[in-house]
Write a protein that binds this ligand. Sequence first.
Ligand SMILES: Nc1ncnc2c1ncn2[C@@H]1O[C@H](COP(=O)(O)OP(=O)(O)OP(=O)(O)O)[C@@H](O)[C@H]1O
Ligand SMILES: [Mg+2]
Length: 1108
Amino acid sequence: MEVKTSLLDNMIGVGDMVLLEPLSEDSFLDNLRKRFDHNEIYTYIGSVVISMNPYRSLPIYTPDKVEEYRNRNFYELSPHIYALADEAYRSLRDQDKDQCILITGESGAGKTEASKLVMSYVAAVCGKGQEVNKVKEQLLQSNPVLEAFGNAKTVRNDNSSRFGKYMDIEFDFKGDPLGGVISNYLLEKSRVVKQPRGERNFHIFYQLLSGASDDTLKQLKLDRDFSKYNYLSLDSAVVNGLDDAANFRTVRNAMQIVGFMEDEVQSVLELVAAVLKLGNIEFKPESRCNGTDESRIKDKNDLKEMCELLGIEQSVLERAFSYRTVEAKMEKVSTTLNVSQAYYARDALAKNLYSRLFTWLVSRINESIKAQAKTRHKVMGVLDIYGFEIFEDNSFEQFIINYCNEKLQQIFIELTLREEQEEYVREGIEWTNIEYFNNAIICDLIENNQNGILAMLDEECLRPGTVTDETFLDKLNTICAEHQHFESRLSKNSKFLTDHSLPHNCFRIQHYAGKVLYRVEGFVDKNNDLLYRDLSQAMYKANHSLIKQLFPEGNPAKVNLKRPLTAGSQFKTSVGTLMKNLQTKNPNYIRCIKPNDKKASHIFTDSLVRHQVRYLGLMENVRVRRAGYAFRQAYEPCLERYKMLCKKTWPHWRGPAREGVEVLMADLQVPAEEFSYGRSKIFIRNPRTLFFLEERRRQCLQDLATLIQKIYRGWKCRSQFLLLKQSQIVVAAWYRRFAQQKKYQNIKSATTVVQSYTRGWQARKLLRELKYQKRCEEAVTTIAAFWHGTQARRELRRLKEEARRKHAVAVIWAYWQGLKVRREYRKFFRANAGKKIYDFTIQRIMQKYFLGLKTTLPSMSPIDKNWPARPYRFLDGVHTELRRIFHLWRCKKYRGQFTEERKAVYEEKLEASEIFKDKKALYPSSVSQPFKGDYLEISKNPKYQKLNSAVDEKVLLADVVNKINRANGKGTARIFLLTKKSVVLADQKTGQVKASVPLPDVASVSVSTQSDGFFALKLKEGSASAVKGDFLLSSEHLIEIITKLHRIGVTAADREQLNIDISDEFLVQFKQDKVCVKFIQGGPKNGSGVSCKRKNNRLLEVSVPTTA
Ligand SMILES: Nc1ncnc2c1ncn2[C@@H]1O[C@H](COP(=O)(O)OP(=O)(O)OP(=O)(O)O)[C@@H](O)[C@H]1O
Ligand SMILES: [Mg+2]
């Protein structure tokens, strides 16, 4: 493949430490610092990547970067973790070599981040497709879950991994991911019950309390307040830049993607909650009669809630906290626990619960991400294990962690050297031995089966008799005293007898990464990792499937009296397996370095980095790499890069690449001892030689650039000149064409102007002639007209004169004739003839008027309004007076025809009009109805005979009315009889008298102004009839009834006149209540739509159709 760029381009410092010249620790650090200051956090040592933690996000992990590094050779681009990931992935896919990526460095150096970057790179470049994407997503999402449960904030790192993780990602032959397997190593479970100052418990506790919904917390019987839980250190409970609530949601989402069922998630959270509750259980001493103290639970509430959460019987757990049963050879001995033992038991349970939950989580994730296909897989392992730790106070955990790092260093040394060696053999180059520090001796100090520290610790734990941390230290002092990497004050090695930096209860190991002082306190306990059997049995009894699974040893049916493996030996075995596994794979190293202790960007603490460079053995790594040859490169890219240095190879070399390189080297006269030819690569011994080549290349590139520039400029000027020339011809042609066109246009327009002027002149001339001709014709006409006018006027004047004369003659003649007649008849006229003629004329006129009036008189109907028009104006007064007289006479005549009865009828009508006219809307319709009085013909109808006989007086009015029910406003038909003395109401069917009211008892009558027939007979208060209350009746002949009632009052001299009240709202007395009867307009206009409703106690509403 053609190489276009190289690691060597635009280097800041040197991108590969192997090229460092001169090589010293200072120059090494300077180079790291220089690159770090320019945001170059990655540097190579050969194929090893050194990664500096930038403590800030850099824009170097974008999808563009992924594309840039995809399928490129390792040294082709500037150093990057993606280059390593790409190299590993491609050799896995294309060369079928299993890979492992070993990420080492101390806590906070960026191992976990690096492992995630590698995984995300591989996920981005490997195959795509629905199934593949699902697998990728599950693999990536396993990280947040494990980080939540296995990471915590420590003083060194806000997201420190408190467990070791090795993940095998499995690929098919095409390089598509199939699944994975995760192995976890020794979770730092002591953190569950106690955290050092400035540190936190595992993230999940804080995430659960901050991020879970109120409902979930209630279900888990938890409170959001961290301070309520003894196991949560309040110290730095909230970490800057860490959003626990949001992370909780991320974790839940990740669990769902990985494939956890909802009930599994719930169980996991219940266990987390149970651990928190467990921490709140406290004990108090209770004295027994034998003088010993026995522990009792102080407040059982937390215990109760925890038992409810896990489905454990409270009494069982309570007992397990108070007693310990020891079984040995069919014997069972039960002893009581004192308070400190109870606390020990509680914490042991919490630690076990949590660490077993964590192991379960890993196996559950493995179940989900397990590769389905049974075919052979290619495997890429990513190892992210806790970094080397040196604390002020180092305990069993640090010992184990550092042992693991020691092993990794060893495998690093072994594999690096082996690889180097193998390459030389492969390339056929002679191997020279290299000096380096081999830490196998330290590993041996720890893991040797006979006298290794771990073996002795196990021995001590299993030994009968009193075993304490001190006896363990004694043992170490006797057995390891002579070991050159072991230091202890009380060892036989007199060298340390006076070393005051070494306390009596400690021992020190000189690790490859530095000396670490371990305090022996807790070693035995932690190695034993003892959980009282009573507790595991209590847990097994839980009615909670997950808890049951976590404590299988609690099953009474499977009591195993054998001691379980110690933590140390378990760890040793798993590390051994891991190492074996790693040795079968092609290693790729990422060495993480922490630039400062402050978790700050841009700070490079020299001493800290120097220390890491030392213990990571980076200098040795460079030396090993350079011991043989500092630089190697395949022939093709080498020739491609340097071919311009020799005329024979420039610009093209036709033969094999190796020969080209040989020609090149000979031409450049590089001394033969400075390089060797391998099978596919050239090996350069000294970086100086490489830099010489690079320098020559740089110079040559400059010359080449000048040459290219010169040729380019010449070419550019020439082509520009030709272009200009071409353009000039085109422009000239266009211009000429344009000028000719313009000239032609000018001539054309001038011709048009001249032409138009000539035509205009000719036209004007013609016009002038025509106008003159027309004026002449008009002048002739005008003269002729004037002449004819003069003639006509002259003739008219003559004719008028003639007529005037004729008229004067006639007038004079008439006067003359009149004078002659008057003179002749004057003797025949008498003196008073004029007056007589006047009187005669007037008489004649009056006679004619009266006679005429006689024939044109109007009809005798008093309502006839006709009257003939007057013939003369002077008769105006007479004519009006005659009309009045005639009307009076006509009325008199009309009245004269009346019988007494009719007179009475009209009187009644008159009275009705006085009462109701313009007051009640019903009145106008009653005017044309005659007042019949007896509508029922009561005296004639035999049906009413009995009724008739019950009334002694003459019946003035008999009719059927509606009596309104006082309670509901409904009507009942009643016969209404009115006599001069009383009003009688009788049943319509039977004729039986229902009520008889003497008229004097009737105080007043109330009616509405509307067109309804309702009326209320109001009775005098205190009268006999008033007991039942007033009557509310409705009749079609309301006007007649009221008029008749009124008339009786008027005619009877001994009685007061009846009051008639006309209004739309009046009060009636119903027994005790006064009820307001209110009339409202509403309802349909036609039909009998008067309805009456009792609205409430006080209101009776009558709705009357709206009158038009
Ligand atoms: N490449 C990087 N870019 C940006 N920030 C980084 C990078 N690498 C590490 N960091 C920062 O450093 C912090 C610590 O890194 P990380 O958790 O990977 O350390 P570690 O080596 O795994 O430590 P431990 O051994 O405690 O688990 C991260 O949380 C992150 O803030
Ligand atoms: Mg980590």
